[in-house]
Design a protein around this ligand. Structure first.
Ligand SMILES: [Zn+2]
Length: 340
């Protein structure tokens, strides 16, 4: 699926991680991103960071990866899930049911993982409504809704044994991992920082070779005021916090490791600003819906990936709105954006 292949530098960096007892186990996903990286931490407890989607193919790959290190699913004692996307948490239920692993995730995410089907259905309802309000035709949003119903099978609810929060600490025999909440790519993005080794598990918060989308998603905070979440604004605030951390090796949920995280974050932020400017330029001819901007930018991809491209457009329009460069007209059922 993914054209990506690892480089010699990736291999060197993964060897650095392996020397610290951390082994990357790539697991296939049915999604365009390609493999998800699960990380086995050979410590006490035997720990796995992320577990892949809920599929037989993924489970087999994960079992083979564990077996190559002399372990089985039943040997894993702690599974930490970095965020709510099903390519990262889909197999958690297998560890909970078949193995002896404690399943750990962010406290805000725990009730969602425990009741994943209901939450996923609600997210799909939200997505459909968002598409309709931003100008996607009904027959397209309905077709995508059917696709979402199928995709949902790659997730599964799981028991959660340990609720982490921003500032939690995971004490393993040979290392200490501090937990930081970094919402933006998803509301539950969680990173694990080993300050002593200057190493981080970033989930999809920061990826090398591909930029993380700030997908629009229902906030998990019970105090949410029901306004539309400003996910790209939130993501940039999270990236700013991460840029300030003392880290030399970032192990992400996809693709190869990152060694220059602050420079990479600088690049990502600059590209957000360029893209926002591009969308601002597209509004020169008058007000447009977010879907019209997406279609003008990506053509038919704006239909097959309507939710993804809408998240992208709306996120960048939020940046422009925060600067006072764009306003949103919500007086009709379909929302339009205009220059100020
Ligand atoms: Zn992912």
């Amino acid at each position: 699926m993914s054209a990506w292949t690892s480089t010699a530098e990736d291999t060197t960096n993964l060897e650095r991680a392996a020397a610290e007892g951390i082994h990357c186990l790539p697991v296939p996903t049915p999604f365009g991103i390609g493999d998800v990286n699960c990380y086995l931490v050979e410590d006490d407890p035997l720990t796995l960071v992320d577990c892949g989607p809920n599929s037989g193919t993924a489970l087999l790959a994960l079992e083979r990866g564990l077996a190559a290190r002399g372990h089985a699913i039943e040997d894993v004692e702690l599974l930490v899930v970095t965020h709510q996307h099903i390519d990262h948490c889909g197999l958690a239920h297998v560890f909970a049911a078949r193995g002896h692993a404690e399943v750990a995730c962010l406290d805000l995410f725990a009730p969602v993982l425990e009741d994943l089907d209901r939450h996923a259905a609600r997210d799909d309802d939200d997505a459909q409504l968002l598409m309709q309000r931003h100008g996607v035709e009904d027959h397209v949003s309905e077709a995508l809704r059917s696709v979402a119903d199928v995709v949902r099978g790659y997730g599964a609810p799981s028991r959660v044994d340990r609720r982490l929060h921003d500032g939690s600490v995971l004490e393993l025999r040979d290392r200490t991992l501090s937990v930081h909440h970094r919402p933006g790519h998803s509301p539950s993005d969680t990173i694990l920082h080993d300050a002593e080794r200057k190493l981080m598990f970033s989930g999809d918060h920061l990826l090398g070779g591909v930029s993380s989308n700030a997908l629009i998603s229902r906030p998990l905070d019970p105090a949410w005021d029901r306004t539309r979440p400003r996910t790209l604004v939130e993501y940039r605030a999270s990236l700013t916090k991460t840029a300030a951390m003392d880290v030399e090796l970032v192990l992400g949920g996809h693709r190869g490791p990152v060694t220059d995280h602050a420079a990479l974050i600088g690049k990502r932020m600059a590209s957000h600003e360029r893209r926002a400017q591009d969308f601002h330029d597209k509004l020169a001819g008058g007000p447009l819906t977010a879907h019209e901007i997406a279609t003008a930018t990506w053509g038919s991809v704006a239909i097959t990936q309507a939710f993804l491209t809408l998240s992208e457009v709306i996120g960048h329009l939020d940046l422009l709105a925060a600067e006072g460069a764009v306003v949103e007209d919500r007086s009709e059922h379909v929302i339009r954006f205009a220059r100020t």
